[in-house]
Design a protein around this ligand. Structure first.
Ligand code: GLP
Length: 243
């Protein structure tokens, strides 16, 4: 595991944009898993700027969502589908996102994960981390061998999305997610984290024991994981730069 602690959130966004651009330069038809959340928005804006300026080309790359809500329409504000429409203007060959209104979400997300596997897996998967240590929608309690499935969202996760849905009662109580085992099959993983409120969970995930209680701790098992942190998120670590 490598950890980079950068000065601030702006530096994390630039580093993320560099890493994602490099992935498509190396492999134009790269298959990228990209997360939602507040953390990646600045990086996605930078990527869009580069695409616009001709400095980035995603036209042969495939982008895959790593999770989605259940029990909503694709056009419901707050869904991940809407997030990508709003924030990810990089014009990939295709954006693959589970359908939040799928009638049988368990079968739907299992088929989604299977299609990723059949296509050769993800070349690069970018992840954020929730305050509880969740990755995608793998909430605490998610085992190392968990696969794509429907999950009950914690109240903390639902609250984090209240604003995007308009109010807490509009946030679905279930989500679909790639499982921990699915995410660990990605060839390379980058975790980006900013903010002092994530410092404790970053420390637990990177330095603590691997446990289902902190799903991000399973990433310690992967041999190509890079954590990109701002100084606030990295404040709980002793090393101040690359480890
Ligand atoms: C959400 C998403 C995750 C994301 C996380 C952190 O619930 N399902 O994929 O990484 O929360 O979000 P944020 O970047 O807003 O802190």
């Amino acid at each position: 595991m490598r950890i980079e602690v950068l000065d601030d959130a702006a530096a994390v966004a630039m580093r993320l944009a560099d890493i994602i651009c490099e992935a498509v330069q190396t492999k134009p038809d790269a298959r990228l898993g990209l997360p939602t959340g507040n953390t990646p928005i600045a990086a996605y804006m930078e990527l869009a700027r580069r695409v616009e300026a001709g400095a980035g080309d995603f036209s042969r790359a495939d982008v895959f969502a790593i999770d989605e809500f259940c029990d909503a329409a694709r056009t419901t504000p707050g869904t991940n589908t809407m997030f990508y429409r709003e924030h990810l203007a990089i014009r990939p060959r295709a954006l693959h996102c589970p359908n939040p209104s799928a009638e049988d979400p368990a079968a739907h997300i299992a088929a989604f994960a299977e299609a990723i596997r059949r296509g050769g897996g993800l070349d690069l998967c970018v992840l954020g981390i929730g305050r509880t240590g969740h990755i995608a929608f793998n909430e605490p309690g998610s085992a190392r061998d968990s696969r794509a499935r429907v999950v009950a969202l914690t109240e903390l996760s639902r609250a984090a999305h209240a604003e995007n849905f308009g109010s807490l009662d509009k946030v679905p109580s279930r989500g679909m997610t790639l499982g921990v085992a699915d995410l660990l099959e990605s060839r390379a993983i980058v975790v980006m984290v900013t903010g002092a409120h994530k410092a404790d969970i970053v420390r637990a995930a990177t330095k603590g024991p691997m446990t289902a209680e902190v799903p991000a701790s399973w990433l310690q098992e992967h041999d190509d994981v890079l954590w990109v942190l701002d100084a606030d998120a990295g404040a709980g670590l002793t090393a101040k730069s690359k480890e």
